[in-house]
Design a binder for this molecule. Structure first.
Ligand code: ZN
Length: 243
């Protein structure tokens, strides 16, 4: 299998995992990956014959350039919000994959303007680590469907791995497709736990001392490993969608 075919498979798998976990509403959502050493990216395409996000196949993944224009003769077209992806790849050279989805629970927090609080440590050190590294908010609710908005969004997200988008969704990045997916899954977990805690009682952030301890303690303090495709957690998700 060629490098590009392998990457298409991984982009499609990422889509299927995120949809299986109900992290996005059909058919919204796209995963992309930089084709190493080129100015091209792979991204889930849109079109009349596309599979839904949950059933994305490698054939649904198309090539686009950094202006968001389709390269090649696929019958699918780039998603309207391809500019989220192109601008993250243009402005963050370390980023190898970008995900944009609409996870309902996370979006609720942006709708009511409630912050995601660090409510736990050992329960899931990786999602606490995301909190530690910062979760910016893009405070507009429009589609990112041109270069000006893509640039504005990329300036807000900067070099963070996750970004909230008010009344809209989230964007995550990673050094691989799998790492970007895991960042999305962990951000969603943080939101789910905040949501349930608020239903049950008054959420209590962990102590400053414990929060600081996770600077050095716990998995994920430096973000997901580069080769997250062999990460045990990722392999579990892969199995979950029957791969
Ligand atoms: Zn969107």
């Amino acid at each position: 299998m060629s490098e590009i075919d392998d990457l298409k498979e991984r982009v499609a798998l990422g889509c299927r995992v995120l949809a299986k976990l109900s992290l996005t509403r059909e058919p919204a959502g796209h995963v992309s990956a930089r084709i190493p050493g080129t100015d091209h990216i792979l991204i889930r395409g849109r079109g009349q014959t596309e599979s839904g996000v949950r059933y994305t196949k490698p054939e649904d993944v198309i090539v686009v350039d950094l202006d968001g224009k389709k390269v090649g003769d696929s019958e699918h077209n780039p998603p309207r919000e391809v500019f989220i992806h192109t601008w993250m790849f243009k402005t963050q050279p370390q980023v190898q994959a970008v995900i944009h989805i609409h996870p309902p629970t996370v979006v609720l927090f942006t709708i009511v303007g409630k912050p995601l609080l660090p409510l736990y440590g050992a329960y899931d050190p990786s999602s606490l680590a995301l909190h530690r590294r910062g979760i910016p908010l893009f405070d507009r609710s429009i589609l990112i469907n041109d270069d000006a908005l893509g640039k504005e969004f990329a300036e807000t997200m900067g070099d963070k791995e996750v970004c909230l988008m008010r009344g809209h969704g989230i964007t995550t990045t990673g050094t691989s497709v799998e790492a970007a997916c895991l960042n999305a899954i962990r951000l969603n977990e943080l939101a789910e736990m905040n949501y349930r805690a608020a239903l049950l009682g008054t959420p209590r952030p962990i102590s400053d001392e414990d929060y600081e301890a996770f600077k050095t303690q716990g998995a994920g303090s430096q973000g997901p490993p580069r080769d997250a495709s062999r990460d045990a957690t990722w392999l579990t998700y892969k199995e979950m969608v029957g791969e």
